[in-house]
Ligand binder design. Structure first.
Ligand SMILES: [Zn+2]
Length: 364
């Protein structure tokens, strides 16, 4: 089902839960469309009308679904009453898109209940995903191959968004900690590949918008700690921009502890850390420095958008990309990178599990 951007853009709920609202909306539409032209109300008494099987079903559903609901008809009249329902939808066009309006309230209600019952990590995940960047990936229809994810990557994207760990994942990682979804996207060398994939996309955008670049490719993750040279330097033809890409997981145990569960601080802290490492060097060279911070759940720092806007403003003629398309491209790259990290971690852990099992097997 679709959720609002503020709620992460996507959620799942059984269709059996939406069926009663669809029935109510259908009845409202048929009341409004048919009753004014029918003589059924003249022929049948109100009691007889209410005794019709579909009205009995409607009466039961209204009472079950809306007795304690915040959904009200105009003048604060309860929707749970068949009399109110009948009077309101007899002639009005309020039945238009009623199902969508009912579902919006039901979804908001459900999302609030899920949040209230969530654990600390689940709450952090919900908050990390409740933003425009993260939600944008659900709008990627495979109209062009550039905006499509493979089935395998989509499966991990949904697993990571909902917190449902892949069934084939072992319980423990090869590094002997619990193999959670958050651990899958942060453990091992594949995160270097994810970093370089994002770097590659940004350099490609720059090339398409006639911005010259200079890169310092990362070869090992360990080097990054002491490396004071930025990832990419952009030369758009005025000010020179030095940038450094970092991907952080706001729901990892480290960041959650450091920020006392406030996931909104993650990007800010990562930015400050990068500024500390690179800003002075960039200034000495007469350049500006911009940290490009991505969260594994999809949130991007505003500076990433500013950079994409700079590319778009450098468009000459008709060849160029819209900021929205570039942002979606980065989201897809990030999701692919996360899926690679997870596959890698799962495979490594399965191998480790097998080795351990082998070591413990009795010898014949
Ligand atoms: Zn690990």
């Amino acid at each position: 089902m679709q959720l609002k951007t503020q709620q992460g853009g996507m959620g799942f709920c059984p269709s059996a839960e939406t069926a009663p609202h669809a029935f109510v909306a259908g009845m409202a539409a048929s009341f409004a469309a048919l009753l004014p032209y029918s003589d059924v109300r003249r022929r049948v008494t109100w009691e007889g009308f209410c005794a019709l099987p579909y009205h009995r079903a409607l009466d039961r559903i209204l009472k079950e679904e809306y007795a304690s609901s915040s959904i009200k008809l105009p003048h604060k009249r309860h929707l749970s009453s068949l009399v109110n329902f009948h009077e309101h939808f007899r002639y009005t066009k309020d039945a238009n898109k009623l199902q969508a309006r009912l579902m919006e309230v039901v979804r908001a209600d459900k999302a609030a209940k899920v949040k209230a019952k969530a654990s600390l990590v689940e709450k952090a995940r919900l908050e990390s995903r409740a933003n425009k960047n993260t939600a944008s990936i659900w709008s990627m229809y495979p109209l062009t191959k550039e905006f499509a994810l493979s089935d395998q990557d989509t499966r991990f994207l949904v697993a990571y968004a909902t917190g449902a760990s892949p069934p084939e994942a072992p319980q423990y990682c090869s590094c002997r900690v619990k193999l959670t979804l958050e651990h899958m996207v942060t453990c091992g060398g594949a995160k270097l590949l994810r970093h370089n994939m994002l770097q590659g996309r940004l350099v490609e955008f720059a090339r398409q918008h006639n911005v010259s670049t200079e890169q310092n490719p990362r070869l090992t993750f360990e080097d990054a700690k002491n490396m004071q040279e930025p990832d990419i330097v952009f030369y758009p033809g005025g000010e020179v921009h030095e940038t450094d890409i970092t991907v952080v997981d706001p729901c990892s145990a480290g960041y959650l502890g450091q920020n006392k569960g406030n996931v909104k601080l993650t990007t800010k802290k990562a930015c400050e850390e990068k500024q500390r490492k690179y800003l002075e060097g960039a200034k000495a060279r007469g350049h500006t420095f911009t940290p490009l911070v991505f969260e594994t759940h999809g949130k991007m720092h505003d500076d990433v958008k500013t950079l994409l806007e700079m590319f778009a403003s450098n468009t000459i003629g008709r060849s160029g990309l819209a900021v929205r398309d570039m942002a979606l491209d980065l989201q897809i790259t990030l999701a692919t990178g996360n899926a690679i990290c997870a596959r890698n971690a799962i495979a490594r852990s399965q191998r480790h599990q097998d080795l351990m099992r082998g070591a413990r097997a009795p010898r014949c």
